[in-house]
Ligand binder design. Structure first.
Ligand SMILES: [Zn+2]
Length: 191
């Protein structure tokens, strides 16, 4: 059975048995928070449980490493939409220890791309188009620094209202322990 057919079979029963009923909520986050975190599989259930979040409590934006790489990219747009359209007034950037983006080997990824059939000349074309593959794929070496950078990018974004609190945390991917890196209520931290 393929992954897709397995999911579709399960889904049919899920809907028929009305297993969705316990998840019914609205699109507005009950706790008025938006979280930017990593796509790491260990955090799927652990992160919401460790924060006492239920379906409907928060907007959760996920990406590799929870890094705001571009001030006008999709992640920042999602944060702004959550704030302006969906009543979020607290932003949490939550990185985690042992993140795949902290040990990423960009040249290995490029090698894998070539092995999987990407024409090597494409990398030359990209280079001449101003795309620095190394910089684009690169994650971070220190999760604390990375969280701080993303918090700063959000807090100081020209379109971010100043009354929104932006917090930075790091979660342990095994026991769910949270450590505060930046407390958004501490106005003195605000640039
Ligand atoms: Zn990660």
């Amino acid at each position: 059975m393929t992954s897709l057919s397995e999911i579709m079979n399960y889904n049919q029963a899920f809907v028929e048995d009305k297993k969705y009923e316990e998840f019914v909520t609205t699109k507005f986050p009950n706790k008025r928070i938006v979280i930017l975190t990593c796509m790491d599989t260990r955090l799927i259930e652990l992160l919401p449980k460790a924060m006492n979040l239920k379906n409907g409590d928060a907007k959760i934006i996920k990406s590799a490493g929870a890094i705001i790489t571009h001030p006008f990219g999709g992640l920042m747009r999602s944060v702004l939409v959550a704030v302006y359209e969906l009543q979020a007034d607290e932003v949490y950037v939550i990185g985690h220890h042992d993140c795949g983006m902290s040990s990423i080997d960009t040249s290995r990824i490029v090698d894998s791309m070539i092995k999987r059939g990407i024409d090597p000349s494409i990398f030359t074309t990209l280079e001449y188009s101003g795309i620095d593959m190394e910089a684009w794929l690169h994650g971070f070496s220190d999760v604390t620094e990375s969280v701080k950078k993303s918090v700063d990018a959000i807090k100081n974004h020209p379109l971010m209202p100043t009354d929104v609190n932006v917090h930075g945390l790091v979660i342990h991917p095994e026991n769910g322990k949270l450590d505060i890196i930046e407390n958004g209520y501490d106005v003195s931290v605000k640039a």
